[in-house]
Ligand binder design. Structure first.
Ligand code: BDR
Ligand code: CA
Length: 316
Protein backbone atom coordinates (compact mmCIF):
# COMPACT_ATOMS: atom_id res chain seq x y z
CA UNK A 1 0.00 0.00 0.00
CA UNK A 2 1.28 3.45 -0.89
CA UNK A 3 2.02 5.91 1.92
CA UNK A 4 0.73 8.70 -0.31
CA UNK A 5 -0.96 11.09 -0.13
CA UNK A 6 0.20 12.16 3.32
CA UNK A 7 -2.17 14.32 5.30
CA UNK A 8 -0.34 17.39 6.54
CA UNK A 9 -0.90 20.69 8.34
CA UNK A 10 1.52 23.46 7.39
CA UNK A 11 2.30 25.79 10.30
CA UNK A 12 4.01 28.84 8.88
CA UNK A 13 5.13 32.49 9.00
CA UNK A 14 5.32 33.47 5.30
CA UNK A 15 8.05 34.51 4.33
CA UNK A 16 9.15 33.94 0.72
CA UNK A 17 10.65 30.53 1.46
CA UNK A 18 7.51 29.52 3.37
CA UNK A 19 5.54 30.59 0.30
CA UNK A 20 7.61 28.25 -1.87
CA UNK A 21 6.92 25.39 0.55
CA UNK A 22 3.17 26.02 0.28
CA UNK A 23 3.40 26.08 -3.53
CA UNK A 24 5.37 22.82 -3.53
CA UNK A 25 2.70 21.18 -1.38
CA UNK A 26 -0.16 22.46 -3.54
CA UNK A 27 1.64 21.33 -6.69
CA UNK A 28 2.00 17.78 -5.33
CA UNK A 29 -1.55 16.46 -4.72
CA UNK A 30 -0.53 12.86 -5.36
CA UNK A 31 1.81 12.90 -2.39
CA UNK A 32 0.43 15.70 -0.19
CA UNK A 33 -3.08 16.17 1.16
CA UNK A 34 -2.98 19.66 2.71
CA UNK A 35 -5.61 19.73 5.47
CA UNK A 36 -5.00 23.37 6.33
CA UNK A 37 -2.48 26.14 6.86
CA UNK A 38 -1.97 27.74 10.26
CA UNK A 39 -0.16 31.08 10.48
CA UNK A 40 2.13 31.95 13.37
CA UNK A 41 3.96 35.13 14.34
CA UNK A 42 7.56 34.95 13.18
CA UNK A 43 9.17 36.58 10.18
CA UNK A 44 6.52 39.30 10.52
CA UNK A 45 3.62 39.75 12.98
CA UNK A 46 0.60 37.44 12.80
CA UNK A 47 -1.67 39.83 10.87
CA UNK A 48 0.88 39.80 8.04
CA UNK A 49 1.63 36.06 8.10
CA UNK A 50 -2.10 35.24 8.08
CA UNK A 51 -2.56 37.58 5.13
CA UNK A 52 0.51 36.31 3.31
CA UNK A 53 -0.55 32.66 3.61
CA UNK A 54 -3.79 33.56 1.84
CA UNK A 55 -1.97 35.58 -0.83
CA UNK A 56 0.13 32.50 -1.60
CA UNK A 57 -2.96 30.29 -1.91
CA UNK A 58 -4.50 32.80 -4.30
CA UNK A 59 -1.29 32.93 -6.36
CA UNK A 60 -1.69 29.14 -6.66
CA UNK A 61 -5.36 29.62 -7.59
CA UNK A 62 -6.42 27.68 -4.49
CA UNK A 63 -8.74 30.01 -2.54
CA UNK A 64 -10.43 26.89 -1.18
CA UNK A 65 -7.51 26.09 1.15
CA UNK A 66 -8.39 26.67 4.80
CA UNK A 67 -6.10 29.22 6.44
CA UNK A 68 -6.18 29.85 10.20
CA UNK A 69 -4.47 32.42 12.42
CA UNK A 70 -2.58 30.97 15.35
CA UNK A 71 -0.52 32.51 18.16
CA UNK A 72 0.54 36.12 17.95
CA UNK A 73 3.55 35.87 20.28
CA UNK A 74 6.06 33.35 21.62
CA UNK A 75 5.35 31.51 24.88
CA UNK A 76 7.77 33.42 27.11
CA UNK A 77 9.55 36.18 25.20
CA UNK A 78 8.62 39.17 23.11
CA UNK A 79 8.39 38.52 19.39
CA UNK A 80 11.53 38.94 17.29
CA UNK A 81 10.80 39.44 13.57
CA UNK A 82 12.92 39.31 10.42
CA UNK A 83 11.89 42.20 8.16
CA UNK A 84 15.59 42.68 7.41
CA UNK A 85 15.45 39.38 5.50
CA UNK A 86 11.88 39.21 4.16
CA UNK A 87 11.01 42.92 3.78
CA UNK A 88 8.31 44.99 5.46
CA UNK A 89 5.41 42.79 4.30
CA UNK A 90 7.27 39.52 4.81
CA UNK A 91 6.62 38.75 1.14
CA UNK A 92 8.45 41.64 -0.50
CA UNK A 93 9.69 41.27 -4.07
CA UNK A 94 6.46 41.70 -6.00
CA UNK A 95 3.26 43.62 -5.35
CA UNK A 96 0.27 41.32 -4.77
CA UNK A 97 -3.37 42.28 -4.22
CA UNK A 98 -4.94 41.92 -0.77
CA UNK A 99 -6.41 38.40 -0.52
CA UNK A 100 -10.12 37.88 -1.10
CA UNK A 101 -10.35 34.45 0.48
CA UNK A 102 -11.36 34.44 4.14
CA UNK A 103 -9.36 33.66 7.20
CA UNK A 104 -11.13 30.89 9.15
CA UNK A 105 -12.88 31.91 12.38
CA UNK A 106 -11.44 29.08 14.43
CA UNK A 107 -8.13 29.71 16.21
CA UNK A 108 -5.27 27.87 14.50
CA UNK A 109 -4.31 25.99 17.66
CA UNK A 110 -7.86 24.65 18.02
CA UNK A 111 -7.82 23.60 14.37
CA UNK A 112 -4.65 21.57 15.02
CA UNK A 113 -6.20 19.95 18.10
CA UNK A 114 -9.54 19.22 16.44
CA UNK A 115 -7.93 17.78 13.31
CA UNK A 116 -5.64 15.45 15.25
CA UNK A 117 -8.60 14.21 17.28
CA UNK A 118 -10.84 13.77 14.24
CA UNK A 119 -8.40 11.94 11.93
CA UNK A 120 -7.30 8.37 12.68
CA UNK A 121 -4.32 8.30 15.08
CA UNK A 122 -0.95 8.31 13.34
CA UNK A 123 -2.18 9.72 10.02
CA UNK A 124 -1.49 13.48 10.29
CA UNK A 125 1.97 15.02 9.89
CA UNK A 126 2.72 18.51 11.21
CA UNK A 127 5.00 20.69 9.11
CA UNK A 128 6.24 23.72 11.07
CA UNK A 129 8.10 26.28 8.98
CA UNK A 130 8.34 29.01 11.62
CA UNK A 131 8.58 29.34 15.41
CA UNK A 132 7.01 26.35 17.18
CA UNK A 133 4.53 28.37 19.27
CA UNK A 134 1.31 26.93 17.79
CA UNK A 135 2.43 23.32 18.04
CA UNK A 136 3.68 23.68 21.62
CA UNK A 137 0.50 25.49 22.65
CA UNK A 138 -1.63 22.73 21.12
CA UNK A 139 0.43 20.07 22.97
CA UNK A 140 0.02 21.96 26.25
CA UNK A 141 -3.69 22.52 25.80
CA UNK A 142 -4.51 19.00 24.60
CA UNK A 143 -1.80 16.49 25.61
CA UNK A 144 -3.96 13.66 24.24
CA UNK A 145 -3.10 14.73 20.67
CA UNK A 146 0.64 14.17 21.10
CA UNK A 147 0.39 10.41 20.65
CA UNK A 148 -1.85 10.89 17.59
CA UNK A 149 0.73 12.81 15.50
CA UNK A 150 2.26 10.71 12.73
CA UNK A 151 5.44 12.80 12.52
CA UNK A 152 6.69 16.36 12.81
CA UNK A 153 8.93 17.48 9.95
CA UNK A 154 10.22 20.96 10.72
CA UNK A 155 12.65 23.57 9.47
CA UNK A 156 14.78 24.89 12.28
CA UNK A 157 18.06 24.73 14.15
CA UNK A 158 21.65 24.16 13.08
CA UNK A 159 24.75 22.38 14.29
CA UNK A 160 27.68 22.88 11.91
CA UNK A 161 26.23 26.15 10.58
CA UNK A 162 25.50 27.27 14.17
CA UNK A 163 23.31 30.39 13.89
CA UNK A 164 21.82 32.87 11.45
CA UNK A 165 20.02 35.28 13.80
CA UNK A 166 22.59 35.15 16.61
CA UNK A 167 26.04 33.55 16.48
CA UNK A 168 24.49 30.51 18.20
CA UNK A 169 20.88 30.20 17.06
CA UNK A 170 18.74 29.71 13.99
CA UNK A 171 15.74 32.07 13.67
CA UNK A 172 12.76 29.69 14.10
CA UNK A 173 14.14 28.14 17.27
CA UNK A 174 15.50 31.43 18.61
CA UNK A 175 12.15 33.19 18.41
CA UNK A 176 10.46 30.64 20.69
CA UNK A 177 12.96 28.31 22.38
CA UNK A 178 10.48 27.35 25.12
CA UNK A 179 8.07 26.11 22.45
CA UNK A 180 10.89 24.27 20.69
CA UNK A 181 11.85 22.56 23.93
CA UNK A 182 8.30 21.27 24.37
CA UNK A 183 8.27 19.89 20.82
CA UNK A 184 11.74 18.33 20.99
CA UNK A 185 10.88 16.65 24.31
CA UNK A 186 7.40 15.54 23.20
CA UNK A 187 8.41 12.07 22.08
CA UNK A 188 6.78 12.57 18.66
CA UNK A 189 8.75 11.21 15.69
CA UNK A 190 10.77 14.25 14.67
CA UNK A 191 12.60 15.08 11.44
CA UNK A 192 14.58 18.31 11.42
CA UNK A 193 15.81 20.29 8.42
CA UNK A 194 18.47 22.56 9.98
CA UNK A 195 20.65 25.20 8.34
CA UNK A 196 23.27 22.45 7.83
CA UNK A 197 20.91 21.04 5.22
CA UNK A 198 19.11 24.14 3.93
CA UNK A 199 22.36 26.02 3.27
CA UNK A 200 23.05 23.38 0.61
CA UNK A 201 20.00 24.32 -1.47
CA UNK A 202 20.94 27.69 -2.94
CA UNK A 203 18.93 29.71 -5.44
CA UNK A 204 21.71 30.11 -8.00
CA UNK A 205 21.18 32.23 -11.14
CA UNK A 206 20.21 29.27 -13.40
CA UNK A 207 17.75 27.98 -10.79
CA UNK A 208 16.14 31.40 -10.54
CA UNK A 209 16.03 31.61 -14.33
CA UNK A 210 14.13 28.30 -14.47
CA UNK A 211 11.23 30.00 -12.67
CA UNK A 212 11.43 33.10 -14.88
CA UNK A 213 11.28 30.76 -17.88
CA UNK A 214 7.71 29.79 -16.98
CA UNK A 215 6.92 33.00 -18.88
CA UNK A 216 3.71 33.57 -16.88
CA UNK A 217 2.44 35.39 -13.81
CA UNK A 218 3.35 32.60 -11.39
CA UNK A 219 6.92 32.53 -12.70
CA UNK A 220 7.19 36.30 -12.24
CA UNK A 221 5.84 36.12 -8.70
CA UNK A 222 8.24 33.36 -7.68
CA UNK A 223 11.21 35.07 -9.34
CA UNK A 224 10.27 38.35 -7.63
CA UNK A 225 10.17 36.69 -4.22
CA UNK A 226 13.37 34.70 -4.63
CA UNK A 227 15.31 37.60 -6.10
CA UNK A 228 14.40 39.75 -3.11
CA UNK A 229 14.89 37.10 -0.46
CA UNK A 230 18.32 35.93 -1.50
CA UNK A 231 19.97 39.35 -1.37
CA UNK A 232 20.43 39.23 2.37
CA UNK A 233 22.15 35.85 2.53
CA UNK A 234 24.25 36.35 -0.60
CA UNK A 235 25.65 39.52 0.96
CA UNK A 236 26.14 37.90 4.32
CA UNK A 237 27.69 34.59 3.27
CA UNK A 238 29.13 35.56 -0.12
CA UNK A 239 27.36 32.49 -1.53
CA UNK A 240 26.11 31.87 -5.08
CA UNK A 241 22.48 32.28 -4.01
CA UNK A 242 20.18 32.43 -1.01
CA UNK A 243 19.26 29.22 0.82
CA UNK A 244 15.68 28.08 0.29
CA UNK A 245 14.99 26.73 3.77
CA UNK A 246 11.33 25.86 4.20
CA UNK A 247 10.49 23.87 1.02
CA UNK A 248 12.98 21.23 2.18
CA UNK A 249 10.29 20.09 4.64
CA UNK A 250 7.78 19.34 1.88
CA UNK A 251 10.44 17.97 -0.47
CA UNK A 252 11.44 15.53 2.27
CA UNK A 253 7.87 14.20 2.49
CA UNK A 254 7.73 13.72 -1.27
CA UNK A 255 11.27 12.42 -1.87
CA UNK A 256 13.07 11.57 1.38
CA UNK A 257 15.98 10.14 -0.61
CA UNK A 258 17.05 13.71 -1.46
CA UNK A 259 18.23 14.17 2.13
CA UNK A 260 20.59 12.44 4.53
CA UNK A 261 21.29 12.87 8.21
CA UNK A 262 21.64 11.14 11.56
CA UNK A 263 19.21 10.06 14.23
CA UNK A 264 20.61 11.84 17.28
CA UNK A 265 19.82 13.65 20.51
CA UNK A 266 18.95 17.33 20.12
CA UNK A 267 18.33 19.61 23.10
CA UNK A 268 17.25 23.25 23.07
CA UNK A 269 19.10 25.92 25.06
CA UNK A 270 16.56 28.07 26.90
CA UNK A 271 18.59 29.35 29.85
CA UNK A 272 21.61 31.21 28.55
CA UNK A 273 21.29 34.81 27.29
CA UNK A 274 24.29 34.21 25.03
CA UNK A 275 23.20 31.00 23.33
CA UNK A 276 19.42 31.10 23.69
CA UNK A 277 17.69 28.99 21.03
CA UNK A 278 20.77 26.95 20.20
CA UNK A 279 20.05 23.40 19.04
CA UNK A 280 22.62 21.37 20.96
CA UNK A 281 22.89 18.46 18.55
CA UNK A 282 24.87 15.39 19.60
CA UNK A 283 25.99 14.68 16.03
CA UNK A 284 29.08 12.78 17.19
CA UNK A 285 27.28 10.72 19.80
CA UNK A 286 29.40 11.94 22.70
CA UNK A 287 26.61 11.75 25.30
CA UNK A 288 24.25 8.98 26.31
CA UNK A 289 21.26 11.30 25.99
CA UNK A 290 18.32 9.69 24.28
CA UNK A 291 18.03 10.09 20.49
CA UNK A 292 14.97 12.17 19.67
CA UNK A 293 15.40 13.60 16.16
CA UNK A 294 16.42 12.71 12.63
CA UNK A 295 18.72 15.68 12.01
CA UNK A 296 19.50 16.26 8.35
CA UNK A 297 22.98 17.25 7.27
CA UNK A 298 22.98 17.07 3.49
CA UNK A 299 20.73 17.56 0.48
CA UNK A 300 20.78 16.73 -3.22
CA UNK A 301 20.39 20.32 -4.39
CA UNK A 302 19.90 19.50 -8.09
CA UNK A 303 17.25 16.92 -7.29
CA UNK A 304 15.55 19.33 -4.91
CA UNK A 305 15.33 22.18 -7.44
CA UNK A 306 14.20 19.83 -10.22
CA UNK A 307 11.32 18.67 -8.01
CA UNK A 308 10.45 22.18 -6.85
CA UNK A 309 10.46 23.70 -10.33
CA UNK A 310 8.43 20.88 -11.84
CA UNK A 311 5.78 20.94 -9.10
CA UNK A 312 5.40 24.72 -8.98
CA UNK A 313 5.14 24.85 -12.78
CA UNK A 314 2.09 22.61 -12.56
CA UNK A 315 0.21 25.36 -10.70
CA UNK A 316 0.54 27.89 -13.50
C1 BDR B 1 13.96 30.26 8.81
O1 BDR B 1 13.72 31.58 9.29
C2 BDR B 1 12.82 32.25 8.45
O2 BDR B 1 13.27 33.56 8.24
C3 BDR B 1 12.68 31.44 7.21
O3 BDR B 1 11.37 31.55 6.69
C4 BDR B 1 12.99 30.05 7.67
O4 BDR B 1 11.83 29.40 8.15
C5 BDR B 1 15.42 30.13 8.44
O5 BDR B 1 16.23 30.37 9.55
CA1 CA C 1 9.59 30.30 7.79
Amino acid sequence: MSDFPRKIIIDTDPGQDDAMAILLALGSPEEIDLLGIVAVAGNVPIARTAENARKVCEVAKRPDVKVYAGCDRPLAHTLVTAEHVHGKTGLDGIELPAPEMPIQDQHGVDFIIETLRAEPAGTVTLCPLGPLTNIATAFQKAPDIIARVQEIVLMGGAYFEVGNVTPAAEFNIYVDPEAAEIVFKSGVKLTVMPLDCTHKVLVTAPRLQAFKDFGNHLGDVVAGWLDFFERFDVEKYGSLGGPLHDPTVIAYLIKPELFSGRFINVEIETGSELTRGMTVADWWGVTDREQNAMFMGDADAEGFFTLLTERVRRLA
